[in-house]
Design a protein around this ligand. Structure first.
Ligand SMILES: [Mn+2]
Length: 431
């Protein structure tokens, strides 16, 4: 990993907190995801499972975390299993972690090679009733091709039908929702690198260039500044492409007079930044673009005040819907009469703003937490109101990352934001 690892105290404390919430006589078994084959002899870049990382800080493939919680929780047996490399693998791919290094990173004193896992697990299974596993809820729709984690768990379920299998995800959600100091440091670093890339974008965007040239500027800054790379596939969408919510082709030529919508964020120490901005390709907003931009910006500013303890994503979405509807009437997209006559289940504003305004952010860019999770101080969420007017080729989204508090903390407060600030920052490249 290029970026700085979090301290082993952070990971040890996380395991300790988790132990409090685990039933006695249980074992926790977490497996790394597979390395995914790309083509020929190539594999996709490995990314650790976020739950496993949160509990032990190991970024290496084929890692297994096992800990047993016995009666009265006074006897917790933690073992970390890692991959042992042979001489040939060492020549081609270099060293992997040795036991001491893995122990230092994780704070787990008992580190063993993977070859010792099966017998160690069987010994533990004899003494416990419950098996905690991570269910990877996002992957449930891909049952045709189960992850290595689920293959192992499914096998255990058939071999030990008398054991009680419990999804650890709700407990991990509780652990991961409120960001700790070390996590905030990593997220701020991801935000700072994203900011640098945004400055580059403002200086390098020009009519006639291709969207991928802007993607390259972003990637350049991420790698140059020590981020792992993109926290997710970046969206660089000019003109009407901005109305495709998950546009990642990034292959069109940018036209004079169009807007450019960017959704991009660096990953640092496995933590994500998530930023969306919309800028005029020729450096100057048209009158209509300005009207639409300022409508979104006004909602964006008002919405930020809602990131206080006690609220939920559902509450935010409802309020933003009301504000958006007013703005859309002002922009002439529909009239009050249209709203009154509208009988469909979906509110009319959803034709021009189809997604929610907030999601949790952390190790995953769409992090753990639901729309009904009640906000507490220290949670981190996106704020991303938008308007998409396909018939005008206009798509505008402004997104920042906010820490919940009585005074919500906008981590991107110093990014160029207003029409004037954006046009000012773009002047050098377009004159
Ligand atoms: Mn987002």
């Amino acid at each position: 990993m290029r970026s700085k690892a979090l301290s082993n105290t952070f990971f040890s404390e996380n395991r300790k907190k988790l132990t409090h919430n685990i039933i006695e006589n249980s074992i926790v078994l977490l497996f790394s995801p597979d390395e995914y084959h790309r083509n020929g002899d190539q594999f996709y870049y490995f990314r650790q499972n976020s739950n496993l990382y949160h509990l032990c800080g190991i970024n290496q493939e084929e890692s297994i975390l096992m800990f047993t919680v016995l009666e009265k929780k006074d006897n917790v047996n933690e073992i970390l299993f890692i991959k042992e490399v042979n001489n040939l693998q060492r020549i081609w791919n270099g060293e992997k972690l040795d036991k001491d290094e893995a122990s230092k990173l994780s704070g787990i004193s008992n580190v063993q090679w993977n070859s010792e896992f099966d017998s160690a697990m069987q010994k533990q299974l004899a003494t416990i009733d419950n098996i905690y596993f991570h269910a990877s809820p996002n992957l449930k729709s891909f049952d045709d091709c189960p992850t290595s984690n689920m293959r192992r768990i499914n096998l255990l379920k058939s071999e030990y039908p008398e054991k009680n299998f419990i999804e650890i995800d709700p407990l991990m959600e509780e652990l991961r929702l409120i960001k700790q100091d070390e996590e905030i440091v990593a997220i701020k670093k991801a935000v700072e690198i994203t900011r640098s890339a945004y400055d580059r974008v403002l200086k390098s965007t020009k009519a006639g260039k291709f969207e991928y040239e802007i993607e390259a500027e972003i990637t350049y800054d991420y790698i140059r500044l020590g981020a792992e790379g993109h926290a997710y596939m970046p969206i660089v969408a000019s003109g009407i492409n901005a109305c495709i919510l998950h546009y990642i082709d990034n292959n069109k030529q940018m036209k004079d007079g169009d807007l450019l919508l960017l959704d991009f964020g660096a990953e640092y120490s496995n933590y994500a930044a998530d930023c969306s901005r919309t800028i005029p390709i020729n450096g100057k907003f048209s009158q209509r673009q300005k009207e639409c931009y300022n409508a979104v910006l006004d909602v964006y500013k008002r919405t930020q005040k809602l990131y206080v303890p006690g609220n939920t994503i559902n509450i935010i979405n409802e309020q933003v819907g009301i504000w958006m509807q007013e703005k859309m009437v002002e922009l002439g997209l529909f009239t009050q009469a249209d709203i009154d006559n509208h009988k469909e289940e979906e509110p009319i504003y959803k034709r021009y703003f189809m997604h929610g305004t907030a999601h949790f952010i952390g190790l995953d860019v769409h992090d753990v937490g639901s729309k009904s999770t009640i906000f507490k101080e220290g949670m981190l969420l996106s704020c991303e109101p938008a308007i998409y007017i396909e018939q005008e080729g206009i798509g505008i989204r402004i997104e920042t990352d906010i820490i919940v508090g009585n005074k919500p903390n906008d981590l991107m407060a110093d990014f160029p934001l207003s029409v004037d600030e954006i046009e000012e920052a773009m002047i050098t490249s377009n004159t």
